[in-house]
Structure formats: structure tokens, C-alpha cells
Design a protein around this ligand. Structure first.
Ligand code: CIZ
Length: 302
């Protein structure tokens, strides 16, 4: 085991801390983490662990989600400046404006959003459960925010009227349909998977559309040997770890999130040493945001 990994583990034991890393984190961070997963799995782990400290290796909204669900725990985000341009588009003011325009439609908010935005929403969703969340609502009209591509993906699969927001993940949105077409042409024997944050012209070309957790489940169960994968490249670490005999091809596209790649194992060690930066959410906002998250968690799974 590397020196830094053993130093992190020793200090984590002393601090009574659990280190969580998102599927898009650098490989070196995924390797030192106790748990690796998508934002929802990480928040659920944070809430269910009896550890007192959570080190969230990801971006700001993920640490906020952990703080919303685990108010009694200390949540550390090793790089406080790790943000999310998609989350930044969904301001509470803009959500109130959307609601005023469509007062009959509940706001279904992607978890890739700030605590303040979650506090303005009716229910949250992830890319793994968005369709299920929308179908669970009694209303015939919904506001889907803030990712227009995930929104369009859901709108095409429900008979409800969907009012879409005009935000996007710049990483997934920048994947060109032509790059995906080329990858599929060069690897006709591969099974193709894309994330629903990609544009419709990309999604139309692939066989399966999944969140990161959905991709990992699917590949583990599939008898196929080769996959074209269209999502942030950090997923490769978990795909290879669980499926060393399988081959993964990415289209020619950067597919690298700068914010996700900010954190290093050294940052994790420093966060445990200094017990900073701590992420907190004001109590009133926290309680309202918790309501939206808990309504999502109460939606029955398939
Ligand atoms: O919800 C997440 O964790 C993100 C950002 C992507 C995914 O599909 O897991």
C-alpha cells in the first residue's frame, strides 16, 4: 500500500472518518477511498454510516447533499472550489420564476444542484431514477431542471407535459454525435452506453442510456467483451477494476471534468489533518432541501 494511502487510513481512523469518492474522481483518489459511487450512493452512505466525519471527494453540491442528509456529521470537501457549472445555472430565483410560469407543475430537480435550489423544489431526482420519480407524481405536468438533455430524455419517455430548463453539463453536452458515430463504426462489435446528460443526437445512436451506477451494473452483468462508453472518463477506473477482462472505448472527445479532477490524495490527507474545509447548509434551507431529497428516496424502486 502507498505511504499516502496508509497515512490517510491512519488519520481517518483517528478522526472517525469515512472517505467517499465519486465515480468521476481521479484514479488515485478512487484508490484511497473507502467507498466509490454516484452522488446518491455517496449521500446515502454518508447518512447511514456511524462515522462522525465524512470526507467527500467530489464537487460542492455532493458535499452539500451529504450535509443535508447528515446534519450531525462533519462534512469535509478537500477542494472547496470544486464546483459544477450545471448546478450554478439553477438559482433559487430562476426556479421561482419557472414555478410562477407553470404553477400547476411540481419542480423535479436533478441532484446536481445547490442546497438552496433543492430547498425550492418539490422532489429531487438523479440520472438513475429520474423517469421513476416523474412517473410517481400525480400531476400531468412537471418542471424538469436544470439539465435540458436529461429533461429531453425523460420527456421522450413519459406522456406528461415536461417544461425543460436550459442548463447542461458542459462535458456531456460537448460530445459530438460525429465522434460517437466514428467510435461505433470503428468498433461494430462493441455494446454502446451513454449518459443521459448527452445530447439527443448522441443518445439516439447508442444501445443503452444509463447513469454511472447503471453503467457499472450493466457492464458487470453483460456477457459482452467490448463497450463504447460515453460519459466522463473517471468511470474507467471502476469499470476496469470490476471487469479486468473487458475492453472500454471512449469517443474522441475530452470527456474530462476539470472540477472533478481537482482533488488529489494529498488534498484528502490535508483535509483530515486540518479538518477543513467544512461544508454546512443553513438549517432552514437544509430542512426544506431534505424534504425534496427524502421524497425522492421514498419513491419505490423497480
Ligand atoms: O449523480 C451523479 O453522481 C452524477 C453526476 C452522474 C451519475 O450518473 O452518476
Amino acid at each position: 500500500m502507498s505511504d499516502i494511502k496508509s497515512a490517510i487510513q491512519r488519520l481517518a481512523r483517528e478522526r472517525d472518518a469515512l472517505v467517499l469518492a465519486h465515480n468521476y474522481q481521479p484514479d488515485a483518489v478512487q484508490e484511497i477511498a473507502d467507498v466509490v459511487g454516484d452522488s446518491l450512493a455517496l449521500a446515502v452512505h454518508a447518512a447511514s454510516t456511524d462515522k462522525k466525519v465524512i470526507v467527500l471527494c467530489g464537487v460542492y453540491f455532493m458535499a452539500e447533499t451529504a450535509a443535508i442528509l447528515s446534519p450531525q456529521k462533519t462534512v469535509l470537501l478537500p477542494r472547496r472550489e470544486a464546483g459544477c457549472p450545471l448546478a450554478d445555472t439553477a438559482t433559487p430565483e430562476r426556479i421561482r420564476e419557472m414555478r410562477a410560469r407553470y404553477p400547476q407543475a411540481p419542480v423535479v430537480l436533478y441532484v446536481n444542484s445547490s442546497a438552496a435550489a433543492k430547498a425550492e423544489s418539490d422532489i429531487c431526482c438523479t440520472s438513475a431514477n429520474a423517469l421513476r420519480v416523474v412517473q410517481s407524481l400525480p400531476e400531468q405536468e412537471v418542471i424538469l431542471a436544470p439539465d435540458r438533455n436529461l429533461g429531453a430524455y425523460i420527456a421522450a419517455r413519459t406522456d406528461k407535459t415536461c417544461h425543460l430548463w436550459d442548463g447542461c453539463c458542459p462535458i456531456h453536452d460537448s460530445v459530438a454525435a460525429e465522434a460517437v458515430r466514428k467510435a461505433l463504426e470503428q468498433h461494430p462489435d462493441a455494446v454502446s452506453l451513454a449518459h443521459p446528460e448527452c445530447r439527443t443526437d448522441v443518445l439516439r445512436q447508442v444501445q443503452h442510456i444509463f447513469s454511472t451506477s447503471g453503467m457499472l451494473d450493466f457492464v458487470a452483468k453483460s456477457s459482452a467483451r467490448k463497450f463504447v462508453v460515453v460519459t466522463e472518463r473517471g468511470i474507467l477506473c471502476q469499470l476496469r477494476r470490476a471487469n479486468p477482462e473487458k475492453e472500454f472505448i471512449f469517443p474522441e472527445s475530452p470527456l474530462l471534468c476539470r472540477n472533478m479532477k481537482l482533488t488529489s490524495p494529498e488534498d484528502v490527507l490535508r483535509a483530515l489533518e486540518t479538518m477543513e474545509p467544512v461544508v454546512t447548509v443553513p438549517e432552514k434551507v437544509r430542512r426544506q432541501a431534505q424534504g425534496a431529497l427524502e421524497r425522492m428516496l421514498a419513491v419505490p424502486r423497480d
